[in-house]
Design a protein around this ligand. Structure first.
Ligand SMILES: Cc1cc2nc3c(=O)[nH]c(=O)nc-3n(C[C@H](O)[C@H](O)[C@H](O)COP(=O)(O)OP(=O)(O)OC[C@H]3O[C@@H](n4cnc5c(N)ncnc54)[C@H](O)[C@@H]3O)c2cc1C
Length: 293
């Protein structure tokens, strides 16, 4: 069990780790790759860089700095986050990671292709969290939108409760091994089909590009990998008007669960991510000290 579990090793995660480590705490970072920074060609607007560095170089400097202070950095994709009332457990594809507090620094959510009708039907037959909502679909036929490990995890969660799960890949290649019990539908989608109710459109099925339609009782969206919003939902954090609720210390409504960097929205810049990582870590350190008494 680490003191601080950090999801993501981009600038926000590494910055948070540096503060935790310098406070003498045990810090575990889990990240699936180099995130947004690794894609930046040259960083010229970050403090202290006399000569510009590539995103990859800046990322590596940060990682080495954290490792030198004793950080544990593990490469893994996190697909679930659980809170037992005291501690956090993040489930990855390769292992499970535990922390007394958790800082989500998973970067900006980049949903590949928005599908017509998806936003309007959120909470009306369209869900982003199998563990939260599967109960409402007992013995029903549901679809999961996605094609990777995260979609597999959501489908497996649903299979325990629902009658059938169809994976809608929307033409994307499969990047995980799906068991036989899951039907794979690889046709491209044109949009979602809704039926009008007094509360607005309620999800009824999907419309394929070939002109045909198929009915489902619910749709679970698991495109790409889990982002901070998905993970916060699973840990039981509250949202306000669809946005993760954060206090002035970047703490969610779950005590000990923080968010920092691009995943909080706002200005997507290294300087902001580093600042938010520091802010979340300082609040987490204070929280841990108070918890200890
Ligand atoms: C092309 C490009 C150019 C840019 N140029 C600049 C620039 O010139 N100046 C500037 O200030 N900013 C620039 N940015 C923005 C900058 O890179 C980001 O603001 C910054 O990297 C945000 O840091 P972060 O730690 O919040 O997120 P990220 O750097 O995106 O790191 C996110 C981390 O979370 C991990 N992660 C995500 N999901 C999971 C999961 N499910 N399980 C495990 N790990 C996960 C990722 O693998 C990664 O380790 C640029 C971005 C891009 C894409």
């Amino acid at each position: 069990m680490s003191d601080i579990l950090i999801l993501g090793y981009g600038p926000a995660g590494i910055s948070a780790a540096l503060y935790g480590l310098r406070a003498g705490l045990d810090v575990q970072l889990v990240g699936k790759d180099g995130g947004a920074l690794s894609k930046a060609h040259l960083i010229q607007n970050y403090y202290g860089l006399e000569k510009p560095l590539t995103g990859e170089q800046l990322l590596e400097v940060g990682k080495q700095q954290a490792l030198a202070l004793g950080a544990k950095i593990t490469e893994d994709e996190v697909i679930d986050l659980m809170f037992d009332g005291t501690n956090f457990s993040a489930k990855g594809i390769a292992g499970e990671y535990h922390g007394k507090v958790c800082i989500m620094a998973t970067g900006a959510a980049r949903r590949s292709q928005p599908i017509a009708g998806m936003a309007e039907m959120e909470g009306h037959g369209v869900s982003y969290c199998a563990v939260c909502d599967s109960f409402f679909y007992r013995k029903k036929n549901v679809a999961v939108l996605g094609s990777g490990e995260y979609a597999l995890h959501e489908a497996q969660e649903l299979l325990q409760v629902v009658s059938s799960v169809t994976l809608l890949t929307n033409g994307a290649p499969l990047t995980a091994e799906f068991p036989e019990g899951i039907r794979i539908e690889q046709r491209h989608l044109q949009g979602l089909v809704g039926e009008n109710t007094p509360q607005g459109a309620h999800f009824k099925g999907v419309h394929y590009e070939d002109g045909s339609e198929e009915n489902f009782d619910g749709l679970f969206v698991a495109l790409g990998s889990a982002n901070a919003t998905d993970l916060a939902l699973k840990a039981g954090a509250a949202f306000d008007a669809g946005k993760l609720s954060l206090d002035e210390n970047l703490q969610t409504t779950v005590p000990g669960l923080y968010a920092a960097g691009d995943c909080t929205g706002g200005i997507l810049q290294v300087s902001v991510a580093v600042g938010e990582g520091a802010k979340a870590a300082l609040a987490a350190i204070k929280y841990l000290r108070e918890k200890k008494g």
